[in-house]
Design a protein around this ligand. Structure first.
Ligand code: NAD
Ligand code: TYD
Length: 339
C-alpha cells in the first residue's frame, strides 16, 4: 500500500503522516509538498530517515511533476491536504487560493484518472457550509446542508469539493470527502488563533481578538481528525461526504482566556481589534453520519487537548520562534499593524 499525502509538511498533513507511519508500518507514505510559507521540513525531521517514507518537494499545480511522481510511485491512495488554508490571507490575496485549492486538486485527480487509483480523498472543511447564527444553538451542519461560502478560502475549498464530486459522477473516480471543524494541536502554524495566542502570550505581546470575540468555532484535536480520515480511507463509502467534529463549540474570547490562565498571563494582554471582513459567526458540526456508519468518536477532550497543545508549544519553542522571526514578521505587521 502506497499512500500519497499532499501538503504533508503542514499542520494536519504532518500529524496524519505520523499517525499512519506509527499505525501501519508496512505502508509506504510519500509526501508531496511545495513548502510554501506554511510548510516546514523540520516538522518531518523525525520521519525523514524512515525507509517507509519519502518526501518530494513539488507543487500540486505542476502537472508534469505530478505525473512523473505517479509514474515512479503508483500510489494506491491520495490524501489531499495541500491547500492555502488561512482565511485572512485569502481576503488579502484570493488568487493563489483558487490556483492551489481548485486547479491543484484538478491536476491530482487527472493524475489519478491517468494512472489509476483506489481512492482519492479530499480533505475539506466545515467552512464550505458558511456559518450558523448564534441564537439558534440547535442548528448544526449536516452533509446535506447547502454549500454557502463566505470567504475566498471557503469558496475555493467548496469549488474543489464540487469538482471532486463531479469527477466521481462523470469519470467514476473513487473519491471521498471529509469536512472537518477547526483543528488544534502540535505543529499548527502560528497565524491561526490558538498557536498565535500561545506565542504572543509567551512573549507578553497583545492578544488580538477580532471584534468582540463572540464567534464560535467547533474545536477538534488534530489526532482525532487523522483517525477519522484513516477510517474513511479504509471503511468509507466511495462518493460520500463525511462531516468530522466533536461537539466542542467555544467562543474565541473564552479560548484566549483559557490560554492566559494556563500560561499564568494577565487577561489585560487581550486587545480587541477590527473584525475580520465577512467573519463567520458560528461553525458547528453534526458528526452523526461518521459516528453511525464508521463508529468514529473523538477521543481527546478539549481540556486535555489544549493542555497537551500548550505543553507542546512550551517544549518546542525553537520550532515556532524560527517561524515568527522570519517573513512572518512582515505578515504580522500587514495584518495587525494599526488594526
Ligand atoms: P497548513 O497551511 O498548515 O498546511 C498546508 C500545506 O500545504 C503546507 O505544508 C504547504 O506547504 C502545502 N501546500 C500549499 N500549497 C501547495 C501546493 N500548491 N502544492 C503542494 N503543497 C502545497 O494547512 P492545515 O491546517 O494543515 O490544513 C490542511 C488541509 O486541511 C487543508 O486542505 C485545509 O483546508 C483543511 N482543513 C484545515 C482545518 C484546520 O483547522 N486547520 C480544518 C478543516 C480542514
Ligand atoms: P482561525 O484560526 O484563523 O480559523 P478560521 O477562521 O478558519 O476558523 O480563526 C479562528 C477564530 O479566531 C476566527 O473566528 C477568527 C478568530 N481570530 C482572532 O480573533 N484573532 C486572531 O488573531 C486570529 C488569527 C483569529
Amino acid at each position: 500500500m502506497t499512500i500519497l499525502v499532499t501538503g504533508g509538511a503542514g499542520f494536519i498533513g504532518s500529524n496524519f503522516i505520523f499517525h499512519m507511519l506509527a499505525k501501519y508500518p508496512d505502508y509506504r507514505i510519500v509526501c508531496l509538498d511545495k513548502l510554501t510559507y506554511a510548510g516546514n521540513l523540520s516538522t518531518l525531521a523525525s520521519v525523514m530517515d524512515n525507509p517507509s517514507f519519502r518526501f518530494v518537494k513539488l507543487d500540486i499545480c505542476d502537472r508534469q511533476g505530478v505525473y512523473r511522481l505517479f509514474e515512479e510511485e503508483h500510489p494506491n491512495m491520495v490524501v489531499n491536504f495541500a491547500a492555502e488554508s488561512h482565511v485572512d490571507r485569502s481576503i488579502e490575496n484570493p488568487e493563489v487560493f483558487l490556483q492551489t485549492n481548485i486547479l491543484g486538486t484538478q491536476v491530482l485527480m487527472d493524475a489519478c484518472r491517468k494512472y489509476g487509483i483506489d481512492r482519492f480523498h479530499q480533505v475539506s472543511t466545515d467552512e464550505v457550509y458558511g456559518d450558523l447564527p448564534l441564537d439558534q444553538p440547535d442548528l448544526f451542519f449536516t452533509e446535506d446542508t447547502p454549500i454557502h461560502t463566505s470567504s475566498p478560502y471557503s469558496a475555493s475549498k467548496a469549488g474543489a469539493d464540487l469538482l471532486v464530486l463531479a469527477y466521481h459522477r462523470t469519470f467514476g473516480l473513487p473519491v471521498t470527502i471529509s469536512r472537518c471543524s477547526n483543528n488544534y494541536g502540535p505543529y499548527q502554524f502560528p497565524e491561526k488563533l490558538i498557536p498565535l495566542m500561545i506565542a504572543n502570550a509567551l512573549n507578553d505581546k497583545p492578544l488580538p481578538v477580532y471584534g468582540q470575540g463572540l464567534n464560535v468555532r467547533d474545536w477538534l484535536y488534530v489526532e482525532d481528525h487523522c483517525i477519522a480520515i484513516d477510517l474513511i480511507l479504509h471503511r468509507g463509502r466511495v462518493g460520500q461526504v463525511y462531516n468530522i467534529g466533536g461537539h466542542n463549540e467555544m467562543r474565541n474570547i473564552d479560548i484566549v482566556k483559557i490560554i492566559c490562565a494556563a500560561l499564568g498571563k494577565s487577561e489585560s494582554l487581550i486587545t480587541h481589534v477590527t473584525d475580520r471582513k465577512g467573519h463567520d459567526m458560528r461553525y458547528a458540526i453534526d458528526p452523526a453520519k461518521i459516528h453511525n456508519q464508521l463508529g468514529w468518536l473523538p477521543e481527546t477532550k478539549f481540556a486535555d487537548g489544549i493542555r497537551k497543545t500548550i505543553r507542546w508549544y512550551l517544549d518546542n519553542r525553537e520550532w515556532w520562534e524560527e517561524i515568527i522571526s522570519g517573513e512572518y514578521r512582515n505578515y504580522y505587521e500587514r495584518m495587525y499593524g494599526g488594526r
